[in-house]
Design a protein around this ligand. Structure first.
Ligand SMILES: Cc1cc2nc3c(=O)[nH]c(=O)nc-3n(C[C@H](O)[C@H](O)[C@H](O)COP(=O)(O)OP(=O)(O)OC[C@H]3O[C@@H](n4cnc5c(N)ncnc54)[C@H](O)[C@@H]3O)c2cc1C
Length: 379
C-alpha cells in the first residue's frame, strides 16, 4: 500500500492550506487568547468552513455531509495543526458526531447531524473525570427516575463544552467506577436545567469546560445506543479521535520543523548560519526521520479506520505513541534551536509547544498507548 495522498486528497490539502493561511493563521489564535474571546473561535468562520463542507466531511449525504473519510478529515486537522487553528473539528465532528453515527438512533442522527453539517450545531462529549485519560473511570451516575434517569456528577476538560448546543454525557448506570460495562451515553441539550458549565483556560489557549450535572432529569429516549453498553461506542470514538489528533500533532511537528530549519539557515553566529554547525545538523536530521516515520503511521491509522480494518486499535496506539514522542521532540528542539527568542511569547514556536503538550496527553499519552499496544498483541 502506498502511504501517499491521492490526487483528490492533495487538492483538499491545498485548498485547506490556502483557506487557513488566509483566515486562521497563528495570529488568529493569539487574538482570541489576548482578547479573552468568550467563544475562543469565530462562529462566522466556522460557518464558512461549513460551506466548504468541513464539519460534514465524514457524514453521509442524507444528513448534509460530504461522505468522505477519516483520511480526508485528517488532512484538515493536519493543516489546522500547522496554524493552531482552534476550530471544533475534534469536539463536534469526531467526538460528538462520531458518537451519534456510531450509537445514535435514526431519529437522533436526523435531529442533530444536519445542523452540525451546516456549522450551526456544536457538540461536546462529556466523559473525562480525572486529570489523565482513563476511558472507563466514571463516577458520574445516572439512576432510574420516573420514566427516565437522573444524572449527577462532574466532568472536566470537556472540549468546546462551553459553547456546545448538545452534550453527550457518559454516566454510570451499573458497575464500579472503573468497569468497562455499565456506562451509558445520553444526548442532552446544554441549556437543560441541572447542567452548569464553566469555561476553563487551558495551557494551549484552546477551549474546554468543567461541567456539573445535579439531578439532571433525562428521558429514556435520550439514551444514545444501549444502556450499560456505552463503552462499545466510546472505544470506537476514542480510537478515531486519537487518530485524528495524531494528524493535528503531525501538522504541528511539520510546521515547527520547517520554521526551525529556516531559522538555522538564517540566524548568523560567529559569522556563519548556525545551521552550518554539525551539532545542530545531526539534531535536525533526527527530527526529520521521526517526522517521516510519523507521517506513515498516521496515514496508516486513518486509512485503517476508513477501510474498517480489524487492527484499528493497534495501529492507532502505534500512531499516538510515535507521534506524541515526535511532537514532543520537535517542539522542544524547536524552542532550543531558536535560542533565547524561542522562550518569548512574541515568537510563535512556544505556542506550538503548548498545544503539543496538551495534545500529547489527550486520549492517552505515549506510555498509555505503548501499554495498550502491548496488551493488544498479548504481551
Ligand atoms: C530566560 C533567559 C535568561 C537568560 N539569561 C541570560 C543571562 O543572564 N546572561 C546571558 O549571557 N545570557 C542569558 N540568556 C541568553 C542565553 O544565554 C542565550 O539564549 C543562549 O546562549 C543561546 O544564544 P542565542 O539565543 O543567541 O541562540 P543562537 O546563538 O541563535 O543559537 C540557537 C541554538 O543553536 C545552538 N547553537 C549555536 N551554536 C552552536 C554550535 N556551534 N553547536 C551546537 N549548537 C549551537 C544554541 O545552543 C541554541 O540551541 C538568557 C536567555 C533566556 C531565555
Amino acid at each position: 500500500m502506498a502511504l501517499v495522498l491521492t490526487e483528490e486528497q492533495e487538492l483538499l490539502k491545498q485548498s485547506a492550506s490556502e483557506f487557513l493561511n488566509d483566515k486562521s493563521p497563528v495570529t488568529h489564535l493569539r487574538e482570541m487568547r489576548d482578547t479573552e474571546d468568550a467563544v475562543g473561535f469565530s462562529r462566522a468562520l466556522w460557518r464558512e468552513m461549513a460551506e466548504l463542507g468541513w464539519p460534514g466531511i465524514i457524514f453521509s449525504e442524507e444528513y448534509g455531509g460530504a461522505e468522505m473519510g477519516y483520511a480526508e478529515l485528517g488532512i484538515l486537522l493536519e493543516e489546522s495543526g500547522r496554524r493552531l487553528s482552534p476550530y471544533p473539528l475534534l469536539s463536534t465532528v469526531v467526538l460528538g458526531g462520531g458518537a451519534l453515527m456510531e450509537g445514535g438512533s435514526e431519529e437522533q442522527r436526523a435531529k442533530v447531524l444536519p445542523g452540525v453539517c451546516r456549522g450551526e450545531t456544536l457538540l461536546a462529549l462529556a466523559f473525562q473525570e480525572s486529570g489523565r485519560f482513563d476511558p472507563y473511570f466514571t463516577e458520574c451516575t445516572a439512576s432510574a427516575s420516573g420514566s427516565g434517569y437522573s444524572i449527577s456528577g462532574d466532568k472536566i476538560f470537556v472540549l468546546d463544552g462551553h459553547v456546545a448546543d448538545q452534550l453527550i454525557v457518559v454516566a454510570r448506570t451499573a458497575g464500579e467506577v472503573n468497569d468497562r460495562d455499565g456506562l451509558t451515553l445520553f444526548l442532552v441539550a446544554s441549556d437543560f436545567e441541572g447542567v452548569s458549565i464553566s469555561r476553563t483556560v487551558m495551557v494551549d489557549s484552546r477551549n474546554a469546560a468543567n461541567i456539573s450535572f445535579r439531578n439532571l432529569q433525562v428521558e429514556a429516549a435520550q439514551v444514545l445506543g444501549k444502556v450499560d453498553a456505552g463503552a462499545d461506542i466510546l472505544d470506537v470514538v476514542f480510537d478515531r479521535a486519537a487518530a485524528v489528533l495524531c494528524a493535528e500533532m503531525l501538522g504541528i511537528s511539520c510546521e515547527v520543523f520547517e520554521r526551525t530549519i529556516e531559522h538555522l539557515k538564517t540566524r548568523q553566529q560567529f559569522g556563519v548560519p548556525i545551521g552550518s554547525f554539525q551539532g545542530l545538523k545531526h539534531r535536525a536530521a533526527e527530527m526529520f526521520c521521526e517526522i517521516e516515520l510519523s507521517k506513515s503511521v498516521v496515514l496508516d491509522a486513518l486509512r485503517a479506520i476508513d477501510e474498517g480494518r480489524p487492527d484499528v486499535s493497534r495501529v492507532v496506539s502505534a500512531a499516538k505513541a510515535r507521534v506524541s514522542d515526535t511532537v514532543g521532540l520537535v517542539t522542544r528542539e524547536g524552542i532550543q534551536m531558536h535560542g533565547g527568542i524561542g522562550m518569548t511569547d512574541e515568537e510563535e514556536v512556544g505556542l506550538f509547544l503548548k498545544r503539543a503538550k496538551a495534545a500529547e496527553l489527550m486520549f492517552g499519552d505515549a506510555s498509555f498507548h505503548r501499554n495498550r499496544f502491548a496488551s493488544l498483541l498479548g504481551f
